[in-house]
Design a protein around this ligand. Structure first.
Ligand code: DGY
Length: 334
């Protein structure tokens, strides 16, 4: 008798290395369009499948899980952040949720630092100026920015990525402050290695020249940075966000930038992606990129392999390496 392979729906084409791993265990269906699957496409695609490999742009809620039906055993998210998946709903239904931590830490930290530097040294503005043929000769006042070395960097969330940003800042002899969402302090060993001093959020905002956000999006970090927080920052401060857009109240950010409450912002993420507050596009003191913090060939390939390995493990009855809701596994073991 012909053996029937389990099935998986992949919501958008991922690097081939990931598809190759999936092919060892699954019959694969990939969204054929090079765009985010619509809700209808997502529901139709996942229907009757054993597994789902999805992206941060897919909202995977209870309705999607119910549409999939009782065969669905794993939702393998192709991202470290998993705020797009209703983990509670998955747990109730006995579905494993997995993510891709670790592999994108350095790549994301690199981009956070690139945004910090580009904003402080006005790299994008200066690039536009050159391209427009406006450079008429060296000038003592041309594109004066801010020093980065020996300044104070406030890291909001000293997890894996926050720590990697601190390591980069060490090369610039920066003073490092940090605050944690949830936990009061990082372990002593982490504080020592990162040379980071703990501060309450308000003090960190008052003292920092640069503020870089590295917290997950949860109920408690939604609009963590809003009008009140901008009021505390230095007028010369630069905010960098490579975490999740809704951690910053984007309208309040526009107000702060326009009023000169802060000096600039380097942004990878937006509150309502792919939209952003239109006024952000008009501000020269904002450097904006389209959610590309993990976008290197090597990292996206590792993320694909990792997400695929998670899905394959579950289907083979093995505990997946990056299980977000271990309660599901405990229930199975009983
Ligand atoms: C993630 O993984 O959460 C990033 O935002 C995208 O790589």
């Amino acid at each position: 008798m012909k053996s029937v392979k389990p099935t998986i729906y992949v919501t958008r084409r991922i690097p081939q290395a990931g598809l190759d791993v999936l092919a060892t265990a699954f019959e694969i269906e990939v969204n054929p369009h090079d765009r985010v699957a619509t809700r209808e496409e997502l529901i139709a695609g996942v229907k009757g499948k054993d597994a789902l490999l999805c992206l941060l742009t897919d909202k995977v809620d209870a309705a999607v899980m119910d549409a999939a039906g009782p065969r669905l055993k794993v939702i393998a998210n192709y991202a470290v952040g998993f705020n797009n998946v209703d983990v509670g709903a998955a747990t109730v239904r006995g579905i494993c949720v997995t993510n891709t931590p670790g592999v994108l830490t350095d790549t994301t930290a690199d981009l956070a630092f690139a945004l910090l530097m580009a904003t402080a040294r006005r790299v994008v503005e200066a690039d536009r100026f050159m391209r427009a043929g406006e450079y008429k000769g060296w000038g003592p006042m041309l594109f004066l920015g801010q020093d980065i070395h020996h300044k104070t960097l406030g890291i909001v969330g000293l997890g894996r990525i926050g720590q990697a940003v601190a390591e980069r800042a060490a090369g610039f002899h920066m003073r490092i402050l940090y605050t944690s969402s949830g936990r009061a302090r990082a372990p002593k060993e982490v504080e020592r290695r990162c040379n980071a001093e703990h501060r309450e959020l308000a003090d960190l905002l008052r003292e920092s020249d640069f503020i870089s956000l590295h917290v997950p999006l949860t109920e408690s970090t939604y609009h963590l940075i809003s009008d009140e927080e901008f009021d505390l920052m230095k007028r010369t401060a630069i905010l960098v966000n490579t975490s999740r857009g809704p951690v910053v109240d984007e309208k309040a950010l526009v107000r702060a930038l326009k009023a000169g409450k802060i000096a600039g912002a380097g942004l990878d993420v937006y509150e309502r992606e792919p939209e952003c507050e239109p006024e952000l596009r008009e501000l020269d003191n904002v450097v904006m990129v389209p959610h590309i913090a993990s976008a290197s060939v090597e990292t996206r390939t590792r993320m694909a392999t990792m997400a695929a390995q998670n899905a394959v493990a579950v289907i083979r009855g093995e505990i997946p390496p990056n299980l977000v809701n271990p309660e599901v596994w405990k229930k199975r073991a009983r």
